[in-house]
Design a binder for this molecule. Structure first.
Ligand code: SAM
Length: 208
């Protein structure tokens, strides 16, 4: 596989940047969620959503655009300009106290967990991938704890060191797992989205 060609990468970036500007989306990645939501019928049967790493709120806008009645709790390290009907928590998704606040605000059960986390990039690819993986592992752990029995989790992942083992562990925890590459994500980037449905292996008193 060749390295990303600067021109191609730039053109795609520019295309989605201009489109996001026209639509009033806060981020280009709004298009990734739009595509996945449509193709995977992601919001079917969904009322309650937790969105991890939500700022500046492009995904949240898409959620509200598709279904304005969704109950959304959004979380990010950096603040997010308010959106009607969205409860926002400023904090680290890996912090147990923040997870407890999510539990309190959602009532303890949700139908969908979304996560588009990216760590602050250091420029050292291996280190960045390891940090991203720890955010994804945190996402999976929160999802496994909060999801209803038929609940879904969609999370950004990067295929790099540690990814095959991670994928194996997710397959053990969920009934169905698939990897998705939306068109709005550059073909040459290691970024993908993982969709897992139906947490399993929880204690009998877990959420339903
Ligand atoms: C690519 S952006 C998300 C874009 C968002 N999906 C949108 O459409 O606007 C990644 C976000 O991850 C957040 N983030 C990174 N590490 C985090 C952590 N430990 N806890 C909470 N948020 C985190 C960053 O602050 C950043 O806002």
């Amino acid at each position: 596989m060749g390295r990303p060609r600067g021109g191609e990468k730039q053109r795609k970036k520019e295309h989605y940047y201009q489109a996001a500007k026209r639509h009033g989306y806060r981020s280009r990645s709004a298009y990734k969620l739009r595509q996945i939501a449509k193709d995977q019928k992601l919001l079917q049967g969904v009322d309650r959503v937790v969105e991890l790493c939500s700022s500046p709120g492009g995904w949240t806008q898409v959620l509200k655009e598709i279904d304005s009645s969704l109950q959304i709790v959004a979380v990010d390290l950096t603040t997010m300009p308010p959106l009607e009907g969205v409860k926002f928590i400023e904090g680290d998704i890996l912090d147990e106290k923040i997870i407890e606040r999510i539990e309190t605000l959602t009532g303890g059960t949700v139908d969908l967990v979304l996560s588009d986390c990216s760590p602050k990039v250091t420029g050292q690819w291996d280190l960045d991938v390891v940090r991203q993986l720890s955010l994804v592992e945190g996402t999976i752990s929160i999802a496994h704890r909060l999801l209803s029995n038929k609940g879904k989790v969609l999370t950004k992942v990067f295929q790099g060191p540690g990814f095959p083992e991670f994928l194996k562990s997710v397959r053990k925890k969920f009934n169905s797992v698939k990897l998705i590459k939306p068109d709005a994500s550059r073909k040459t980037s290691a970024e993908m989205y993982l969709l897992a449905i139906g947490p399993r292996g929880r204690s009998p008193h877990s959420v339903s």
